[in-house]
Every structure is written in structure tokens, then in C-alpha cells.
Design a binder for this molecule. Structure first.
Ligand code: SF4
Length: 358
């Protein structure tokens, strides 16, 4: 078996750790590029959402490199993600690829059932080894997210441009190769120390922006054109509101995060609307209450849950007097146009703060 998966932030590192830990050969799809996007767009329905198309591109590139098995998350609920795997399987079969597709539903509080289902696809692996690999992969996932949260805060203060990103990338590579928990802890603390040492710029006005929206768009820098980096380079601290570790840990143990979302969204949205629409509304309220300077909402073109959320957060913006900007992405989105919008938005936030100070 040569297994592959789609790119989604640090997901590839986590799955690679887990599968290699149980002795399964992994074929990493090459990092997403314009070629990936072109392959996905050419072979998907025009109105499929952008993450779907990029997944298809990832799979084609990985199958061309020799992968024979794809693992994909399934799902339930009023959003297209639930049938991504099935439709992608048919597209790839029609293209002539010979492979097996494993579609696993998220745990939704049933972690043991989830692990059992996963294990059933690998009958020759003993339970102890599988559990050890899973736990180690989760540790790496939490470490990767911790490091990214740190990066998005401190890169806004770097005094040597580009150095923080280099440190981060260097340590993410080390994290990928780490063999045990001790190594992981050492890598994270060393990286955080180095990032902090390069963060010396003190500004009179320090802006904070929360990024809300569809989870794939938030997690995958190629797809969102590395919006966090662009904002950091404009001197803005960024808080991303979706992380893989939060999503999976909450889904695994049914932690009260969902209750928190419902509580924060109360008065604006009373029910789940599929995808991460409820989270978007709840997080906009949350960061408005925390006095953030602005919220940027990112969503793929034709994403129904986020389109519903978009209408609601306009009201939150008025109620809390917090600037909100929605950025809609598809395969025709151009970097230059978005950069101009980001610069104009940040300029607006500075002016708003100046008014408060003067
Ligand atoms: S949340 Fe939106 S982009 Fe994501 S799968 Fe559902 S419809 Fe598509």
C-alpha cells in the first residue's frame, strides 16, 4: 500500500507521521501550486468549491507519483464536504486511475469507533503500535499549531524582514523529522526562542486582526495566498480562528467548543448551518468583544455556509463598530488585487485607531 492524502496546512506532516509509524509507505503530494490548481479545475465541476478542486489536483499529482490509496475525511451535514470523497473517487476513476479510496467519517465524540474504523483498513498492524503512532502524530499536530500561533503574533514585530519565516520553516522541517516527544518539545521551545529574539520592533499602534471563515481556506496558505504573512508584513498581529488540532480534538472528545460557538452566536444565528458557518459568526462576535481592530472573513466562491455567515457578520460589524472585510477566493483570484485590498483595510484600521487616540 502506498497511501496519500490532500494538503491542508500541516495535515500532511501529521498523517505522514501516523502512517510511517505503522509501517505504511506514504506518497506525499507535492506542495500545492498553480499546476495543482489547474489540474483540479480542469477535472472538477465548474461550481465545485475551491478546496474540492485543489484536493483533486493533489490526488492526481500523488497518483502520478505512484500512490495507490487515498485517505479522505467524509462528513455529514448540510454542506458539500460530506460527498467530496465519493465524487472525487468517481472523477479519478473516470480519468483511468487505479486506486483504493478510504473515506473515514470524523469522530464526532466517538473517538474509539473512529480509531477502530481506521484500524480496520490496516489489519496487519497491532493495536499498540497504531495507538502509539496516533498519539505521537497528535502531539506533532499540537506542536505545529502552537508554533504557528506564535509565528502569527511575533512576525508582525520582526526587525529583519523574512528572518522569522525562515526560522519557522527550518523548525517545521525539524518537526517533521522528529522521532519522539522530547525532540518535539525541544524543537518548539528553540523555535519560539529564536522567533522572539527577532521580534524587536515596537509600534505606537499595534493592530490585531482575527481571520475567520471556512476551515480549509484558513489552514492552507497556498489557497489563501498566505494572507497571514501579508498581514504580518504590514505590521499586523494575526489570530487565526481555526486550527487542525482544535478541530480534531474537539471532534474527537466532543468538547464544549460547540456550546461556546452557540453561546457567542446567540442573537445572530441559532443553529448550525453546515461547514464552519456557525464558527465564523461566533468568532466574529468573540473577537469584536475582545476589542480586536478588525476581522477578515475568507471563503471560497459558492460556499453556502460562509455566504450565509457573510450576511450575518455585516450586522455584527455594525453592532460592535468593528471593520469586517470578506475575501472570496476562486481559481481566478489574483494576488495583486487582494494585496491592494489588504493594504487599504489595514490603512483604515490605523486611521480608526488614530481617531481614538486623537
Ligand atoms: S464549507 Fe463551503 S467550501 Fe467547505 S466543503 Fe462546505 S461548501 Fe465547500
Amino acid at each position: 500500500m502506498k497511501i496519500t492524502y490532500p494538503h491542508m496546512g500541516s495535515l500532511n506532516m501529521i498523517l505522514k507521521t501516523m502512517f510511517e509509524g505503522i509501517g505504511v509507505e506514504v506518497i506525499d503530494p507535492p506542495p500545492s501550486t498553480n499546476k495543482t490548481l489547474t489540474l483540479g479545475v480542469r477535472n472538477s465541476h465548474e461550481f465545485a468549491c475551491l478546496p474540492f478542486k485543489i484536493n483533486v489536483g493533489n490526488f492526481i499529482e500523488a497518483l502520478d507519483r505512484g500512490a495507490d490509496t487515498i485517505i479522505m475525511l467524509g462528513g455529514i451535514g448540510p454542506c458539500r464536504f460530506g460527498y467530496y470523497g465519493q465524487v472525487q473517487r468517481e472523477i479519478l476513476k473516470d480519468l483511468g486511475y487505479d486506486f483504493k479510496m478510504i473515506i473515514v467519517d470524523p469522530p464526532h465524540g466517538r473517538l474509539i469507533d473512529f480509531l477502530k474504523e481506521l484500524a480496520s483498513y490496516f489489519p496487519n498492524v497491532d493495536g499498540k503500535t497504531a495507538l502509539k503512532s496516533f498519539v505521537f502524530a497528535v502531539k506533532k499536530m499540537i506542536a505545529a499549531d502552537k508554533l504557528e500561533k506564535f509565528l502569527l503574533k511575533y512576525r508582525a514585530h520582526e526587525d529583519k524582514p523574512g528572518v522569522t519565516t525562515k526560522i519557522y520553516e527550518e523548525y517545521m522541517k525539524k518537526l517533521e523529522k522528529a522521532q519522539n516527544g522530547k525532540e518535539v518539545d525541544k524543537i518548539v521551545s528553540e523555535a519560539m526562542k529564536k522567533i522572539k529574539e527577532n521580534a524587536n520592533v515596537r509600534r505606537k499602534i499595534q493592530l490585531k486582526v482575527a481571520l475567520v471563515g471556512e476551515i480549509y481556506m484558513l489552514l492552507e496558505p497556498f489557497t489563501n495566498m498566505d494572507i497571514s504573512k501579508s498581514l504580518n508584513e504590514l505590521g499586523v498581529e494575526v489570530t487565526k480562528t481555526e486550527y487542525l488540532s482544535d478541530y480534531l480534538i474537539n471532534s474527537a472528545f466532543k468538547l464544549p467548543q460547540r456550546m461556546e460557538f452557540k453561546k457567542n452566536a446567540r442573537g445572530y444565528l441559532e443553529r448550525d448551518i453546515g461547514g464552519h458557518g456557525l464558527n465564523t459568526v461566533a468568532n466574529t462576535v468573540k473577537y469584536a468583544k475582545l476589542n480586536y481592530d478588525g476581522v477578515i472573513h475568507i471563503l471560497p466562491f459558492t460556499c453556502t455556509p460562509e455566504i450565509v455567515a457573510q450576511g450575518i457578520i455585516a450586522k455584527i460589524s455594525r453592532d460592535y463598530n468593528i471593520p469586517v472585510m470578506s475575501l472570496v477566493y476562486d481559481e481566478n483570484t489574483g494576488q495583486a488585487g487582494y494585496q491592494t485590498r489588504l493594504e487599504a483595510f489595514v490603512d483604515l484600521l490605523y486611521r480608526k485607531r488614530m481617531e481614538v487616540i486623537c
